[in-house]
Design a protein around this ligand. Structure first.
Ligand SMILES: Nc1nc2c(ncn2[C@@H]2O[C@H](COP(=O)(O)OP(=O)(O)OP(=O)(O)O)[C@@H](O)[C@H]2O)c(=O)[nH]1
Ligand SMILES: Nc1nc2c(ncn2[C@@H]2O[C@H](COP(=O)(O)OP(=O)(O)OP(=O)(O)O)[C@@H](O)[C@H]2O)c(=O)[nH]1
Ligand SMILES: [Mg+2]
Ligand SMILES: [Mg+2]
Lengths: 293, 274
């Protein structure tokens, strides 16, 4: 574990009353290694370590009985702080005038369609009445999948013969206003941030529906690419939050830290299983513990 | 002279960053950088990227892929964690084999996820091959048995079996794969002849855990690396190959039926170092 590795590194620093730039290098190297093995982006790790170094330098860390633990506490605290601190805010900003529109975006296979169902169940528990909208016209049986998910969630889903995703979303919004559903959840097709045409499609869906939330859905096992894809989606659309999926595996989840750092947007939810109830508010302290291993 | 030495260190860091950002992982990158520093000690004119390319090609060519050749009835099982591209890869492979003039039977082994069977049936239509299925919630081992039996009876050369996505940390789901194996063996003792572990190129170091567990419990014979048309480099296959010595059969480069190509080591390494 990182505590054990740091204890080893710190044995060589015993008898020194203060942490100095020189004696800190070995310790920082261990932390850097842990972060990189956890899939934290190279540049994000670099910036973070600089910040930790500043906090630790001159600290009285070395006076205590367990300098390794004290150092880890600094690292852990900083990580939690960056990933959302106390995260007291409500995860969804509801529109003053209904319906609230939530748009799900992300790379192929990240878990958007499943997350739409999970969010619907979550909102139903809060007394809201969501409408799910299948706007993925490309993937075979994607629309069917969304309807099945909606049925399992016990919420309505929008049905239409319209084939254009932008028109589907606009029509669904009009339907929601008419029929009184207070939350509209748009399931979009997975796409590469490199695909200009499909990224433009998202811009048009946004223009047609003025979403109150645009959630970037990301797979927790994503590696270094997390910064590239999240940044691209953010620059194009202005995402307002992130959902991290498949956290029920054993991936360390460094992508969470990378995405938060790269976009500055809040990590709102985690998907922790395939069932619709496997959905929770994001907890920065739990994620930090996992990343540090 | 000192100025030149300083530039080299910045260049070394740049190269190390490039390799780390390709998801090669700390261990593999440390080894590559050590090899590079050794080569540079000689002081002679060395192209660092050429050294790295040479080392990476050596590692990636250890286990060349075995071509897919029809012989009796060959059973191919697609496995992997959720959302990596198993169903899509199966569809592309079915189309490719059919286009070669060889008979294919597709088996709907994902009886769990919403509309999984519908998705596979659409791919079957697209590829022009039959899909055998039961209802949702059915036992995947049972449909695998039916598929192998039917193919053997008709002399169909290829049986491609789709399975549900599953995280390698879920023991009961990994055990289900074992049950599918035993079910197939009742029909064809050597089946499955191929077990393709599908990996997403955006995956980080967890790819190594996935490969280790699936290799140990599902008898993986080949890897397929998908979504290489994105910006992710898929470098995690380097430590996977180093540890497990598995061949990479195909690479997925898009969502269309033709977007499955044979793994080509040099093109892949050029992509890593780009
Ligand atoms: N274990 C686990 N699986 C998940 C989670 N979220 C989604 N999945 C699974 O991941 C796979 C992909 O989910 P989808 O909802 O189809 O993903 P998507 O982003 O809509 O995919 P595309 O529309 O093709 O881009 C499915 O097998 C889901 O059941 C999660 O939190 N944990
Ligand atoms: N860009 C790109 N997308 C791909 C590739 N392979 C698959 N996809 C997409 O990835 C998403 C998931 O593909 P699936 O075939 O449903 O993945 P799966 O592993 O069967 O998913 P589960 O059965 O839910 O575990 C779909 O949107 C596919 O179109 C690829 O090589 N490139
Ligand atoms: Mg989807
Ligand atoms: Mg599938």
């Amino acid at each position: 574990s990182l505590t054990q590795k740091l204890s080893q590194a710190m044995k060589t620093l015993r008898g020194q009353s203060k942490l100095t730039e020189a004696n800190l290098e070995a310790v920082l190297r261990e932390v850097r290694m842990a972060l990189l093995e956890a899939d934290v982006h190279v540049s994000v790790a670099r910036t973070f370590l600089q910040r930790v170094k500043e906090k630790a330098l001159g600290a009285e860390v070395m006076q205590g009985l367990n300098p390794a633990q004290a150092f880890i506490d600094i690292v852990h605290r900083e990580l939690v702080e960056i990933m959302g601190g106390q995260a007291p805010e409500h995860p969804i900003t509801f529109a003053s005038k209904p319906p609230t529109v939530v748009m799900m975006v992300g790379l192929q296979g990240a878990g958007k369609t499943t997350t739409c169902g999970k969010l619907a169940v979550f909102l139903k528990k809060l007394g809201r009445s969501p409408l799910l909208v299948p706007a993925d016209v490309y993937r075979p049986a994607a629309i069917e999948q969304l309807h099945v998910v909606a049925r399992e969630a016990g919420v309505p889903s929008f049905r239409t013969d319209v084939k254009d995703p932008v028109a589907i979303c606009a029509a669904a919004l009009a339907e929601a206003k008419l029929k009184g559903w207070d939350t509209v959840i748009l399931d979009t097709a997975g796409r590469l941030h490199l695909d200009e045409g499909l990224m433009e499609e998202l811009v048009r869906i946004k223009a047609a529906t003025s979403p109150d939330e645009i959630f970037f859905v990301a797979d927790a096992m994503t590696g270094q690419d997390a910064v590239r894809s999240a940044t691209a989606f953010h620059e194009k659309l202005g995402i307002t939050g992130v959902v991290l999926t498949k956290t029920d595996g054993d991936t360390r989840g460094g992508a969470a830290f990378s995405i938060k750092q790269a976009t500055g947007q809040p990590l709102k939810f985690v998907g922790e299983g395939e069932k619709l109830e496997d959905f929770q508010r994001f907890h920065p302290d739990r994620m930090a513990q996992r990343i540090l291993g | 002279l000192l100025g030149l030495r300083r530039l080299d260190e910045d260049q070394m860091e740049e190269l190390e960053d490039l390799l780390l950002q390709a998801d090669l992982g700390v261990r593999a990158v440390d080894q590559l950088m050590a090899r590079l520093r050794f080569e540079l000690r000689g002081g002679s004119e060395i192209d660092p990227k050429a050294v790295l390319k040479d080392e990476l090609l050596k590692q990636l060519r250890q286990r060349p892929a075995r071509p897919f050749v029809a012989s009796g009835t060959q059973v191919v099982l697609l496995v992997g964690v959720n959302g990596v591209g198993k169903t899509t890869t199966l569809g592309k492979l079915a189309a490719h084999l059919k286009a070669r003039g060889e008979g294919v039977l597709v088996v709907a082994g994902d009886t769990f996820r919403a509309a999984a069977i519908d998705q596979l049936e659409r791919w079957g239509e697209r590829a022009g091959v039959p899909v055998i299925r039961n209802q949702m919630g059915g036992d995947p081992a049972a449909i695998a048995f039916d598929g192998a039996t039917s193919a053997q009876a008709k002399g169909t050369p290829w049986v491609l079996i789709d399975t549900a996505g599953r995280l390698h940390t879920k023991d009961h789901l990994m055990k289900e794969l074992d049950k599918i194996h035993r079910s197939l063996q009742k029909v064809i003792p050597d089946a499955p002849h191929r077990v393709l572990l599908v990996l997403d190129a955006t995956t980080g170091q967890n790819g190594l855990q996935q490969a280790e567990v699936f290799a140990r419990t599902a008898g993986v014979t080949d890897l397929v690396l998908t979504k290489l048309d994105g910006s992710a480099k898929g470098g995690v296959v380097v430590p996977i190959l180093d540890r497990l010595k598995l061949p990479i059969a195909f690479v997925g480069v898009g969502e269309g039926v033709d977007d499955l190509i044979p793994f080509e080591a040099e093109a892949f390494v050029d992509g890593l170092l780009d």
